[in-house]
Ligand binder design. Structure first.
Ligand code: A2P
Ligand code: MG
Ligand code: MG
Ligand code: MG
Length: 352
Protein backbone atom coordinates (compact mmCIF):
# COMPACT_ATOMS: atom_id res chain seq x y z
CA UNK A 1 0.00 0.00 0.00
CA UNK A 2 1.31 3.45 -0.92
CA UNK A 3 2.21 5.62 2.04
CA UNK A 4 0.02 8.71 2.43
CA UNK A 5 2.54 10.88 4.30
CA UNK A 6 -0.37 12.52 6.11
CA UNK A 7 1.62 13.22 9.29
CA UNK A 8 4.64 14.50 7.37
CA UNK A 9 2.41 16.86 5.40
CA UNK A 10 0.76 18.16 8.56
CA UNK A 11 4.07 18.76 10.33
CA UNK A 12 5.66 20.39 7.26
CA UNK A 13 2.73 22.81 6.92
CA UNK A 14 2.99 23.76 10.59
CA UNK A 15 6.76 24.27 10.37
CA UNK A 16 6.60 26.36 7.19
CA UNK A 17 3.74 28.57 8.45
CA UNK A 18 5.56 29.26 11.72
CA UNK A 19 8.78 30.09 9.87
CA UNK A 20 6.80 32.41 7.55
CA UNK A 21 5.40 34.35 10.54
CA UNK A 22 8.94 34.75 11.77
CA UNK A 23 10.39 35.98 8.47
CA UNK A 24 7.50 38.43 7.97
CA UNK A 25 7.98 39.81 11.45
CA UNK A 26 11.75 40.22 10.91
CA UNK A 27 11.02 42.12 7.71
CA UNK A 28 8.46 44.38 9.40
CA UNK A 29 10.60 45.05 12.47
CA UNK A 30 14.07 45.29 10.96
CA UNK A 31 13.97 45.92 7.23
CA UNK A 32 10.87 48.04 6.65
CA UNK A 33 11.58 50.42 9.52
CA UNK A 34 15.18 50.65 8.38
CA UNK A 35 16.51 50.01 11.87
CA UNK A 36 19.29 48.43 9.85
CA UNK A 37 20.45 49.57 6.43
CA UNK A 38 19.51 47.56 3.37
CA UNK A 39 23.15 46.68 2.81
CA UNK A 40 23.49 45.31 6.32
CA UNK A 41 23.27 41.54 6.07
CA UNK A 42 21.97 41.07 9.61
CA UNK A 43 18.19 40.99 8.93
CA UNK A 44 18.71 38.20 6.43
CA UNK A 45 21.13 36.40 8.66
CA UNK A 46 18.93 36.54 11.72
CA UNK A 47 15.85 35.45 9.76
CA UNK A 48 17.68 32.62 7.95
CA UNK A 49 19.09 31.17 11.17
CA UNK A 50 15.97 31.52 13.27
CA UNK A 51 13.65 30.14 10.60
CA UNK A 52 15.88 27.08 10.15
CA UNK A 53 15.96 26.65 13.96
CA UNK A 54 12.15 26.71 14.11
CA UNK A 55 11.67 24.21 11.30
CA UNK A 56 14.33 21.88 12.66
CA UNK A 57 12.95 22.06 16.22
CA UNK A 58 9.48 21.12 14.97
CA UNK A 59 10.83 18.24 12.86
CA UNK A 60 12.82 17.01 15.87
CA UNK A 61 9.62 16.73 17.92
CA UNK A 62 7.64 14.84 15.30
CA UNK A 63 10.40 12.83 13.59
CA UNK A 64 13.43 12.75 15.92
CA UNK A 65 15.34 10.23 13.80
CA UNK A 66 15.01 11.96 10.44
CA UNK A 67 18.16 13.68 9.13
CA UNK A 68 17.97 17.23 7.74
CA UNK A 69 19.88 18.82 4.87
CA UNK A 70 19.57 22.53 5.62
CA UNK A 71 21.19 25.52 3.99
CA UNK A 72 22.43 27.17 7.19
CA UNK A 73 24.90 26.12 9.87
CA UNK A 74 26.27 27.87 12.96
CA UNK A 75 30.02 27.78 12.30
CA UNK A 76 30.32 31.56 12.21
CA UNK A 77 27.99 32.00 15.19
CA UNK A 78 29.82 29.58 17.45
CA UNK A 79 33.29 30.68 16.48
CA UNK A 80 32.86 34.39 17.24
CA UNK A 81 32.63 35.83 20.75
CA UNK A 82 32.03 39.45 19.66
CA UNK A 83 29.19 41.54 21.10
CA UNK A 84 27.68 41.74 17.62
CA UNK A 85 27.38 37.95 17.31
CA UNK A 86 26.09 37.71 20.90
CA UNK A 87 23.31 40.14 19.91
CA UNK A 88 22.56 38.05 16.83
CA UNK A 89 22.29 34.90 18.99
CA UNK A 90 19.98 36.69 21.45
CA UNK A 91 17.75 37.79 18.58
CA UNK A 92 17.64 34.26 17.14
CA UNK A 93 16.67 32.91 20.56
CA UNK A 94 13.81 35.29 21.09
CA UNK A 95 12.50 35.18 17.50
CA UNK A 96 12.58 31.37 17.35
CA UNK A 97 10.88 30.96 20.72
CA UNK A 98 8.21 33.49 19.78
CA UNK A 99 7.54 31.64 16.53
CA UNK A 100 7.40 28.24 18.24
CA UNK A 101 5.05 29.52 20.96
CA UNK A 102 2.61 31.45 18.76
CA UNK A 103 -1.08 30.47 18.95
CA UNK A 104 -2.02 27.26 17.19
CA UNK A 105 -1.75 27.19 13.40
CA UNK A 106 -2.79 24.91 10.58
CA UNK A 107 -0.86 21.65 10.89
CA UNK A 108 -0.11 21.95 14.62
CA UNK A 109 -0.71 19.03 16.89
CA UNK A 110 -0.69 18.99 20.67
CA UNK A 111 1.09 15.62 20.49
CA UNK A 112 4.41 17.28 19.80
CA UNK A 113 3.65 20.37 21.90
CA UNK A 114 4.06 23.13 19.39
CA UNK A 115 2.28 26.34 20.24
CA UNK A 116 1.78 28.23 23.47
CA UNK A 117 2.79 25.12 25.48
CA UNK A 118 6.17 24.67 23.79
CA UNK A 119 8.90 24.83 26.43
CA UNK A 120 11.26 27.79 25.87
CA UNK A 121 14.44 26.60 24.12
CA UNK A 122 17.87 27.88 25.11
CA UNK A 123 20.29 29.49 22.66
CA UNK A 124 22.41 26.31 22.74
CA UNK A 125 19.39 24.13 21.93
CA UNK A 126 18.45 26.38 19.03
CA UNK A 127 22.01 26.40 17.64
CA UNK A 128 21.99 22.60 17.88
CA UNK A 129 18.66 22.59 16.02
CA UNK A 130 20.20 24.65 13.19
CA UNK A 131 23.15 22.27 13.02
CA UNK A 132 20.91 19.26 12.64
CA UNK A 133 20.80 20.56 9.05
CA UNK A 134 24.41 19.49 8.46
CA UNK A 135 23.55 16.10 7.01
CA UNK A 136 25.39 15.32 3.77
CA UNK A 137 22.31 13.87 2.00
CA UNK A 138 22.54 10.80 -0.19
CA UNK A 139 20.61 8.19 -2.13
CA UNK A 140 18.83 6.14 0.52
CA UNK A 141 16.47 6.58 3.43
CA UNK A 142 14.40 9.51 4.60
CA UNK A 143 15.69 13.04 4.75
CA UNK A 144 14.23 16.51 4.97
CA UNK A 145 15.68 19.42 3.09
CA UNK A 146 15.11 23.02 4.15
CA UNK A 147 15.80 26.46 2.76
CA UNK A 148 14.61 28.76 5.54
CA UNK A 149 14.64 31.79 3.24
CA UNK A 150 15.02 31.09 -0.45
CA UNK A 151 15.52 34.34 -2.35
CA UNK A 152 17.22 36.42 0.31
CA UNK A 153 17.68 39.24 -2.19
CA UNK A 154 13.93 39.33 -2.86
CA UNK A 155 13.29 39.23 0.89
CA UNK A 156 15.43 42.34 1.40
CA UNK A 157 13.71 44.17 -1.46
CA UNK A 158 10.31 43.38 0.09
CA UNK A 159 9.54 41.26 -2.97
CA UNK A 160 9.32 37.50 -3.49
CA UNK A 161 10.96 34.88 -1.28
CA UNK A 162 9.96 31.44 -0.07
CA UNK A 163 10.27 29.20 2.98
CA UNK A 164 10.87 25.72 1.57
CA UNK A 165 10.69 22.28 3.13
CA UNK A 166 10.66 18.87 1.45
CA UNK A 167 10.78 15.24 2.48
CA UNK A 168 12.94 13.03 0.26
CA UNK A 169 12.76 9.23 0.56
CA UNK A 170 15.25 7.08 -1.36
CA UNK A 171 16.11 10.06 -3.62
CA UNK A 172 12.48 10.78 -4.46
CA UNK A 173 10.65 13.89 -3.24
CA UNK A 174 7.52 12.76 -1.37
CA UNK A 175 6.29 15.94 0.33
CA UNK A 176 6.96 19.53 -0.71
CA UNK A 177 5.74 22.64 1.06
CA UNK A 178 6.54 26.21 0.05
CA UNK A 179 5.37 29.27 1.97
CA UNK A 180 5.31 32.51 -0.05
CA UNK A 181 4.48 35.38 2.32
CA UNK A 182 4.65 38.09 -0.39
CA UNK A 183 2.97 36.26 -3.26
CA UNK A 184 -0.48 37.61 -4.16
CA UNK A 185 -3.18 34.96 -4.30
CA UNK A 186 -4.21 36.71 -7.51
CA UNK A 187 -1.92 39.17 -9.34
CA UNK A 188 -4.97 41.42 -9.97
CA UNK A 189 -5.36 41.92 -6.22
CA UNK A 190 -1.81 42.55 -4.97
CA UNK A 191 -2.94 43.43 -1.43
CA UNK A 192 -4.11 39.88 -0.65
CA UNK A 193 -0.68 38.32 -0.11
CA UNK A 194 0.53 35.04 1.34
CA UNK A 195 0.24 31.67 -0.36
CA UNK A 196 1.11 28.17 0.81
CA UNK A 197 1.77 25.49 -1.82
CA UNK A 198 1.57 21.86 -0.70
CA UNK A 199 2.29 18.74 -2.75
CA UNK A 200 2.39 15.08 -1.79
CA UNK A 201 3.59 12.37 -4.17
CA UNK A 202 0.58 10.80 -5.88
CA UNK A 203 -1.89 13.24 -4.27
CA UNK A 204 -1.56 16.40 -6.35
CA UNK A 205 -0.65 20.00 -5.57
CA UNK A 206 -2.76 22.51 -3.69
CA UNK A 207 -2.66 26.23 -3.12
CA UNK A 208 -3.92 27.69 0.15
CA UNK A 209 -4.12 31.43 0.81
CA UNK A 210 -2.63 32.41 4.21
CA UNK A 211 -5.87 34.34 4.77
CA UNK A 212 -8.88 32.06 4.89
CA UNK A 213 -9.08 28.34 4.90
CA UNK A 214 -9.91 27.52 1.26
CA UNK A 215 -7.62 25.32 -0.76
CA UNK A 216 -7.56 24.72 -4.51
CA UNK A 217 -6.05 21.85 -6.46
CA UNK A 218 -3.66 22.96 -9.21
CA UNK A 219 -3.53 21.51 -12.70
CA UNK A 220 -0.84 22.67 -15.10
CA UNK A 221 -1.92 22.88 -18.71
CA UNK A 222 -0.25 24.04 -21.92
CA UNK A 223 -2.62 26.98 -22.34
CA UNK A 224 -1.05 29.09 -19.55
CA UNK A 225 0.19 32.62 -20.41
CA UNK A 226 2.98 32.41 -22.94
CA UNK A 227 5.66 34.00 -20.85
CA UNK A 228 8.71 32.58 -19.12
CA UNK A 229 9.29 32.56 -15.37
CA UNK A 230 12.89 33.30 -14.47
CA UNK A 231 15.16 34.62 -11.71
CA UNK A 232 15.02 38.30 -10.88
CA UNK A 233 18.80 38.15 -10.43
CA UNK A 234 20.68 37.96 -13.73
CA UNK A 235 23.61 36.34 -11.88
CA UNK A 236 21.46 33.29 -11.04
CA UNK A 237 20.02 32.52 -14.46
CA UNK A 238 20.97 33.74 -17.92
CA UNK A 239 18.47 36.38 -19.03
CA UNK A 240 20.19 36.60 -22.41
CA UNK A 241 19.65 32.94 -23.21
CA UNK A 242 16.01 32.99 -22.15
CA UNK A 243 15.45 36.01 -24.40
CA UNK A 244 16.76 33.98 -27.35
CA UNK A 245 14.53 31.06 -26.33
CA UNK A 246 11.51 33.39 -26.19
CA UNK A 247 12.23 34.65 -29.70
CA UNK A 248 12.59 31.12 -31.07
CA UNK A 249 9.30 30.09 -29.44
CA UNK A 250 7.55 33.22 -30.71
CA UNK A 251 6.87 34.50 -27.19
CA UNK A 252 6.23 38.23 -27.23
CA UNK A 253 5.37 38.80 -23.58
CA UNK A 254 8.18 39.88 -21.22
CA UNK A 255 9.32 37.22 -18.74
CA UNK A 256 7.93 37.30 -15.22
CA UNK A 257 11.01 37.68 -13.01
CA UNK A 258 10.56 36.42 -9.47
CA UNK A 259 13.05 35.44 -6.80
CA UNK A 260 13.12 31.97 -5.28
CA UNK A 261 11.03 28.81 -5.60
CA UNK A 262 7.95 31.04 -5.77
CA UNK A 263 8.48 30.53 -9.54
CA UNK A 264 7.67 26.81 -9.25
CA UNK A 265 4.41 27.61 -7.42
CA UNK A 266 3.64 30.29 -10.01
CA UNK A 267 4.19 27.73 -12.79
CA UNK A 268 2.03 25.11 -11.07
CA UNK A 269 -0.88 27.58 -10.86
CA UNK A 270 -0.50 28.78 -14.46
CA UNK A 271 1.16 32.20 -14.08
CA UNK A 272 3.62 31.37 -16.86
CA UNK A 273 4.51 28.64 -19.32
CA UNK A 274 7.96 27.63 -18.08
CA UNK A 275 10.36 27.82 -15.15
CA UNK A 276 13.64 28.55 -16.88
CA UNK A 277 17.02 28.53 -15.15
CA UNK A 278 20.08 28.46 -17.35
CA UNK A 279 23.60 28.68 -15.87
CA UNK A 280 25.36 32.05 -16.07
CA UNK A 281 28.80 30.49 -15.87
CA UNK A 282 30.52 27.29 -14.92
CA UNK A 283 31.10 25.97 -11.45
CA UNK A 284 27.87 26.72 -9.57
CA UNK A 285 26.19 23.57 -8.30
CA UNK A 286 22.46 23.80 -7.64
CA UNK A 287 21.44 22.80 -4.11
CA UNK A 288 18.73 20.24 -3.34
CA UNK A 289 16.92 22.66 -0.99
CA UNK A 290 16.50 25.13 -3.87
CA UNK A 291 14.54 22.68 -6.03
CA UNK A 292 13.10 19.70 -4.11
CA UNK A 293 9.78 21.24 -3.04
CA UNK A 294 9.27 23.09 -6.32
CA UNK A 295 9.97 19.97 -8.34
CA UNK A 296 7.13 18.12 -6.61
CA UNK A 297 4.72 21.08 -6.86
CA UNK A 298 5.14 21.11 -10.62
CA UNK A 299 5.13 17.35 -11.24
CA UNK A 300 2.12 16.76 -8.99
CA UNK A 301 0.28 19.52 -10.86
CA UNK A 302 0.85 17.40 -13.99
CA UNK A 303 3.98 19.15 -15.30
CA UNK A 304 7.55 18.05 -15.79
CA UNK A 305 10.92 19.28 -14.45
CA UNK A 306 14.24 18.26 -16.03
CA UNK A 307 17.61 19.71 -16.84
CA UNK A 308 18.03 21.36 -20.23
CA UNK A 309 18.97 17.99 -21.80
CA UNK A 310 15.73 16.42 -20.60
CA UNK A 311 17.32 14.44 -17.74
CA UNK A 312 15.44 14.25 -14.41
CA UNK A 313 16.97 16.04 -11.42
CA UNK A 314 18.71 13.69 -9.00
CA UNK A 315 18.02 14.40 -5.32
CA UNK A 316 20.16 11.49 -4.12
CA UNK A 317 23.61 12.82 -4.93
CA UNK A 318 24.18 14.68 -1.66
CA UNK A 319 23.63 18.35 -0.84
CA UNK A 320 23.82 19.39 -4.49
CA UNK A 321 22.21 18.29 -7.73
CA UNK A 322 25.65 17.59 -9.21
CA UNK A 323 26.66 18.94 -12.59
CA UNK A 324 24.59 21.84 -13.80
CA UNK A 325 22.84 21.78 -17.16
CA UNK A 326 20.12 24.27 -16.27
CA UNK A 327 16.61 23.52 -15.00
CA UNK A 328 13.38 23.62 -16.98
CA UNK A 329 9.85 23.15 -15.67
CA UNK A 330 6.73 23.26 -17.86
CA UNK A 331 3.59 21.46 -19.00
CA UNK A 332 4.41 18.07 -20.56
CA UNK A 333 3.03 19.22 -23.93
CA UNK A 334 5.52 22.12 -24.09
CA UNK A 335 8.60 20.20 -22.95
CA UNK A 336 10.12 19.04 -26.23
CA UNK A 337 9.62 22.37 -28.02
CA UNK A 338 11.24 24.23 -25.11
CA UNK A 339 14.24 21.86 -25.00
CA UNK A 340 14.68 22.22 -28.77
CA UNK A 341 14.50 26.02 -28.50
CA UNK A 342 17.14 25.95 -25.75
CA UNK A 343 19.48 23.80 -27.86
CA UNK A 344 19.05 26.21 -30.77
CA UNK A 345 19.57 29.26 -28.53
CA UNK A 346 22.74 27.70 -27.14
CA UNK A 347 24.10 27.11 -30.65
CA UNK A 348 23.26 30.68 -31.66
CA UNK A 349 24.93 32.18 -28.60
CA UNK A 350 28.03 29.97 -29.10
CA UNK A 351 28.35 31.44 -32.61
CA UNK A 352 27.69 35.03 -31.55
N1 A2P B 1 25.44 31.56 -9.55
C1 A2P B 1 24.25 31.09 -9.19
N2 A2P B 1 23.52 30.38 -10.07
C2 A2P B 1 22.32 29.91 -9.73
N3 A2P B 1 21.76 30.08 -8.51
C3 A2P B 1 22.44 30.76 -7.58
C4 A2P B 1 23.72 31.30 -7.87
N4 A2P B 1 24.17 31.94 -6.76
C5 A2P B 1 23.23 31.77 -5.81
N5 A2P B 1 22.17 31.09 -6.29
C6 A2P B 1 20.96 30.67 -5.58
O1 A2P B 1 19.79 31.02 -6.25
C7 A2P B 1 18.74 30.94 -5.29
C8 A2P B 1 17.75 32.01 -5.58
O2 A2P B 1 17.08 31.59 -6.71
P1 A2P B 1 16.45 32.58 -7.74
O3 A2P B 1 17.55 33.11 -8.57
O4 A2P B 1 15.56 31.65 -8.49
O5 A2P B 1 15.76 33.64 -6.97
C9 A2P B 1 19.35 31.10 -3.95
O6 A2P B 1 19.15 29.93 -3.22
C10 A2P B 1 20.80 31.33 -4.24
O7 A2P B 1 21.62 30.67 -3.36
P2 A2P B 1 22.17 31.42 -2.03
O8 A2P B 1 21.05 31.41 -1.07
O9 A2P B 1 23.29 30.59 -1.61
O10 A2P B 1 22.54 32.82 -2.49
MG1 MG C 1 17.83 29.15 -1.81
MG1 MG D 1 18.31 30.48 1.67
MG1 MG E 1 21.59 31.78 1.02
Amino acid sequence: MALTYALEKQVAISAVLRACSLTSSVFNKLVKNETVTKNDKSPVTVADYSAQAVISAILARAFPDDPIVGEEDTKTLRGDASAEVQLLKDRITSLANDALREPLKLGDDKAWRIGPDTPVLTTEELLDAIDRGNHPGGPSGRLWTVDPIDGTKGFLRGEQYAVCLALIVDSEVKVGVIGCPNLPVDWNNPEDKGVLFVAVKGQGTEQRPFSGSGSSQLKLSASTPRRLLESYESGHSSHGLSERVSKILGITEAPLRLDSQVKYGALARGDGMSYMRMPTGVGYKEKIWDHASGNLLVTEAGGIVTDSRGEPLNFGLGRTLGENYGIIGCAKEDHSSILKAIAQAQQESAKA
